[in-house]
Ligand binder design. Structure first.
Ligand code: URA
Ligand code: SF4
Length: 211
């Protein structure tokens, strides 16, 4: 659990000034939970601090852990294609994750994605909270249940509320959030893949319309 001596949480590594640049610079030192050790590197975020849209995923995958960039593997390629198809320029999007290190189990040569546990989610939350303090987007898109819970709390139901613009009062004033599914769920949808993609695209079109 968060608070255990081997899982102190990220707070003590998060600089309290200096914007996104300072956060990116400090993140490689984080030892807030045990996930840093088997990973190749931290994957913090990509895109401009002045982006109009922020998109939050779950955690970097195998390809992201090798590249040091979020959303460059199969799910990321699907996401980038859908974003552009929805009429949102990729240069206007800041991409980040609920958790900044790849969590996996090794099976032979393959590294299999593992869903982060609650303690890891809690430990890593200060990074995303700090990012959201500095960013001032028109909208924040939450990709999947992990991102939605990390930002909006456990009450959020992605299947029921996907594609809706939710306004929440924050310490920075009212902010708007749109939950949707994670792009990897489309890759796993089998013969429903076409419909799943169309539904995801419809959610992103709602984002584009609300901007
Ligand atoms: N899935 C995520 O949630 N984030 C990434 O960066 C890549 C895949
Ligand atoms: Fe720090 Fe988050 Fe990485 Fe854990 S996953 S070591 S809290 S950056």
């Amino acid at each position: 659990m968060a608070g255990d001596s081997d899982r102190p949480g990220a707070q003590e590594w998060v600089p309290d000034r200096g914007g996104i640049t300072a956060l990116r610079r400090a993140a490689p030192s984080c030892r807030g939970c045990e996930l840093w050790e088997p990973a190749n590197q931290v994957v913090f975020s990509s895109g401009s601090a002045h982006a109009r849209v922020v998109m939050v995923g779950e955690e970097p995958g195998d390809a992201e852990d090798r590249a040091g960039e979020p959303f460059v593997g199969p799910a990321g390629k699907l996401l980038r294609r859908a974003v552009e198809e929805a009429g949102i320029a990729l240069e206007e999007v800041y991409l980040t994750n609920a958790i900044k290190h790849f969590s996996f189990v090794q099976r032979g040569k393959r590294r299999i994605h593992q869903k982060p546990d609650l303690g890891q989610m809690v430990a890593c939350r200060p990074w995303l909270e700090a990012e959201l303090q500095y960013l001032d987007p028109g909208l924040t898109v939450l990709l999947g249940a992990s991102a939605a819970r990390q930002v909006l709390g456990p009450g959020i139901k992605v299947t029921k509320q996907r594609g809706q613009v939710l306004t929440r009062e924050t310490t920075l004033g009212d902010r708007r959030f749109v939950p949707t599914v994670h792009p990897s769920s489309i890759l796993r949808a089998g013969d429903r893949r076409h419909d799943a993609y169309a539904a995801f695209l419809a959610d992103l079109r709602a984002v584009a319309a609300a901007l």
